[in-house]
Write a protein that binds this ligand. Structure first.
Ligand code: 13P
Length: 258
């Protein structure tokens, strides 16, 4: 049984104070609700403080990227061991914004996956096609190529998470339809299966909101959500965590909590 995961990728947002204030409220609201795995990915500067705030809770912390070398003259880089040391369980790898703005390639994502695995960090490995790739019929080739990074790494199914994030849906307000997302997820699972990863969780990401979360989570191959913009707002994020659960959002959370 694949346990649902709701992860918030904060990207380039929140100071340490803002991040810990959010984490404190999240922990208090979720104190007796652990039906789903909840993960937040603050910027590097806030990782240690947020991990501290969340210690003793079941909410996990992720980095947004990891460099592949372990130490040395790599100005500005952060290693997997440093991320672990800051209290993280997870790290994103291969997010499309890293591929676009920071020259991430299949080769460098492989190195990052290896580095994360070496210290026991669980990668949340992001894949997804651009609109042009989808419209020109290359979506399946692109996903196959991106996922090939996992092929030789011998992850066990629970030691990695995959996120399908169509680039055209990220930050655009254009969410993939439930059937588009399900189709892509089923395709991704078909590629993962021969790698022994058929039970690996596959998250959907791209313009997830409280209004569309339940419909996406109801799809058979969608095992959770990787949320960008809507994860910056505590109420929206809580609504997404509760989406599709029996009972209402109000049943889940104490709305009187300040
Ligand atoms: P949005 O939810 O803002 O579209 O971002 C998705 C994303 O990139 C999560 O990693």
């Amino acid at each position: 049984m694949r346990r649902m995961m709701i992860a918030g990728n904060w990207k380039l947002n929140k100071t340490i104070g803002e991040a810990t204030a959010f984490a404190d409220v999240l922990a208090k609201r979720l104190v007796s609700h652990d039906l789903r795995d909840v993960v937040i990915a603050p910027p590097y500067t806030a990782l240690a403080a947020v991990s501290q705030s969340l210690s003793g809770t079941h909410i996990a912390v992720s980095a947004q990227d990891v460099f592949y070398e372990t130490e040395g003259a790599f100005t500005g880089a952060i290693s997997a061991a440093m991320i672990k040391d800051a209290g993280c369980t997870y790290t994103l790898v291969g997010h499309s914004e890293r591929r676009l703005y920071f020259a991430e390639t299949v080769e460098t994502t492989v190195k990052r996956l290896v580095a994360a695995k070496a210290v026991g960090l669980i990668p949340i490995f992001c894949v997804g096609e651009t609109l042009q790739e989808r419209e020109s019929g290359r979506m399946h080739d692109v996903l196959r190529s991106q996922l090939s990074a996992l092929a030789t790494l011998d992850f066990s199914a629970n030691a990695v998470v995959v996120a399908y994030e169509p680039v055209w849906a990220i930050g655009t307000g254009v969410v993939a339809s439930e059937s588009q997302a399900q189709e892509a997820h089923a395709f991704v699972r078909g590629i993962l299966a021969p790698m022994g990863l058929s039970e690996t969780r596959i998250l959907y990401g791209g313009s997830v909101k409280p209004s569309n979360a339940a419909g996406l989570l109801a799809q058979s191959d969608i095992d959770g959500l990787l949320v960008g913009g809507a994860s910056l707002n505590i109420t929206d994020f809580l609504k997404i965590i509760a989406a599709g659960q029996p009972g209402s959002y109000e049943d889940w959370f104490d709305l009187q909590f300040p």
